[in-house]
Each structure stands twice: as structure tokens, then as C-alpha cells.
Ligand binder design. Structure first.
Ligand SMILES: [Ca+2]
Ligand SMILES: [Ca+2]
Ligand SMILES: [Ca+2]
Length: 156
């Protein structure tokens, strides 16, 4: 699978989440999974590449799409493991990607590796891990997040 000239960070496959294509009513997109984090697991790691048409025209505006990863323990409030907003990202142009709507100048963060501490949830029963790509302020200018190489890491 590929999006323009963008290739997966590992292997041949990657997952795509979007505020446009494939999302409900052309807006937010959500993936969630209930998992048990085994005793001794310290962190989860994943790679993501955020692509958006909001840059550079709408950086630091009220249009500020975001990618957010949260973890929620049984009966607890969600804890944010990672959040990337359009306004806070470092962007580079991807001339061969044009998402539906918006304009024709798309930018990407490039593949970023996240390692998030989940040690306090290890051995504590089922947790919900939620990944969201959120439209903030508009639904015209879309944002896509590519995901790859999701893993957990044991304490050693
Ligand atoms: Ca477009
Ligand atoms: Ca743009
Ligand atoms: Ca948007």
C-alpha cells in the first residue's frame, strides 16, 4: 500500500486513519482496542506519519487537526499517551499527495517513532487504547495518519 511516494516504515503494510476518506461523515476517525497489558510490559511503541492539507496555510489558526492516543483503565479517566497537533508539528511538503477537498498543498511530518510509558497499566486488567484523528474547527482540510510497527516492550 502507498500514498503518493510515502512508503510504510516497515514491511509492506501500514494502517491509515483520516478525517476524510473512510471516516464517518467526513470527520473524525477513531480506532480502539481493548487489551490486557501483561505484567512487566513497560511501553508501547509505534510509528506514525501525519499528513495534512492544513499546512502551511492554516498553521496556528483555529483549524488545528490532531492525532491523539489515549489509554483508559477500567473505571478511570483517559490518559493521553501522545498528541500531535497541526500547529505544533514540523512539516515538509509532499507534492504528490492531494487529499479530497481542502487545497492542493499537502505536508507530512515524516515517520515519527513514539514510545509511550504504559507501565502503570501492566497487569491491571483490560484497558482501552484509543487512536483518534480529529478535525478541529473545520471539515474541509483533511488530515491522515499512517500507522506502522505497533509493539509493546518488556522490561529487561
Ligand atoms: Ca486537496
Ligand atoms: Ca495546504
Ligand atoms: Ca481539518
Amino acid at each position: 500500500m502507498r500514498l503518493g511516494s510515502i512508503l510504510p516504515s516497515h514491511g509492506d503494510y501500514m494502517a491509515l486513519m483520516s478525517t476524510g476518506i473512510g471516516s464517518i461523515e467526513n470527520s473524525d476517525s477513531k480506532m480502539e482496542q481493548f487489551v490486557e497489558i501483561p505484567e512487566g510490559v513497560r511501553s508501547i511503541t509505534f510509528d506514525y506519519n501525519m499528513i495534512s492539507e492544513e499546512p502551511m496555510e492554516w498553521v496556528d489558526s483555529e483549524y488545528d487537526d490532531r492525532f491523539r492516543v489515549t489509554i483508559t483503565g477500567e473505571g478511570q479517566e483517559p490518559v493521553t499517551l501522545h498528541e500531535q497537533t497541526v500547529s505544533e508539528a514540523q512539516w515538509r511538503a509532499v507534492p504528490d499527495v492531494n487529499l479530497d477537498g481542502g487545497d492542493n498543498t499537502a505536508y507530512m511530518t515524516g515517520w515519527m517513532r513514539v514510545s509511550a510509558d504504559v507501565s502503570s497499566f501492566a497487569g491491571a486488567g483490560a484497558v482501552r487504547i484509543q487512536l483518534e484523528v480529529l478535525d478541529e474547527g473545520d471539515i474541509e482540510y483533511d488530515t491522515v495518519v499512517l500507522l506502522d510497527d505497533v509493539k509493546h516492550r518488556e522490561l529487561c
